[in-house]
Design a protein around this ligand. Structure first.
Ligand SMILES: N[C@@H](CCC(=O)N[C@@H](CS)C(=O)NCC(=O)O)C(=O)O
Length: 207
């Protein structure tokens, strides 16, 4: 299987974590979104990352890929079967991708991506707004949802992958979850990113 997309992307990281958890071997092509590479373009209709090619089968979108991997490589399961746990897993995958991502990524975009990769100035006011205004309600919500090591049921799942992935970029931007205000969230993020699969996927940014 070929995985397209830089390891800096939280969405690409979702796919890499899933592959490592399931013990599937893959080739990683760490290109940026909208790269002209023809193989990538054929897999990603919108030019977004991640995308995969698996034995001639092409697919884009991290959640679609995670569900594909789940059916093709069912063990260990990353999608729960219990109805309530399944509902929560789908919800947290969606919440992570849509609500959390856009705000969690702001410090990374401003402090890492813009100055180092785009040669543009950092907008610290945007970082302050994300940290002080936009993220606290989301962190409050997550703090209230954490009652054990996993967000959906009693096992690691796509819910944990999708919520934790963006916190690595948050950390790369020298931002942290304040453990005095959100102790459960801070501990959950630390423990989830410490999993071997996340460690491998986080190293992939150097690829
Ligand atoms: N829903 C997609 C989102 C993927 C996405 O937006 N990736 C970003 C990089 S982190 C991208 O390719 N952005 C380029 C663009 O939006 O045109 C998924 O889950 O894979």
């Amino acid at each position: 299987m070929i995985v397209y997309g830089t390891g800096y992307s939280p969405y690409v990281r979702k796919v890499l974590v899933s592959l490592v958890e399931k013990g599937v071997t893959y080739e990683h092509k760490p290109l940026m979104f909208h790269d002209p590479d023809q193989g990538f373009q054929a897999c990603s209709p919108l030019g977004k990352i991640p995308a995969i090619e698996d034995d001639g089968f092409q697919l884009a979108d991290s959640s679609a890929i995670l569900w594909y991997l789940e059916r093709k490589h069912p063990s260990p399961a990353l999608v729960p079967t219990d109805p309530k746990a399944l509902g929560r897993a789908v919800w947290f995958d969606k919440f992570g991708d849509t609500e959390l991502f856009g705000k969690l990524i702001v410090p990374f975009v401003e402090r890492v991506l813009k100055p180092n990769m785009k040669k543009q100035p950092t907008d610290e006011a945007a970082v302050t707004k994300a940290l002080d205004t936009d993220l606290p309600p989301l962190f409050d919500y997550l703090e209230g949802e954490i009652s054990g090591p996993y967000l959906a049921g009693d096992a690691f799942s796509i819910a944990d992958i999708s919520i934790a992935t963006g916190f690595y970029n948050f950390h790369l931007a020298q931002a942290r979850v304040d453990s005095s205000r959100w102790p459960k969230l801070a501990a959950y993020v630390e423990a989830t990113l410490a999993r071997p699969s996340f460690q491998v996927a986080m190293e992939a940014r150097k690829g």
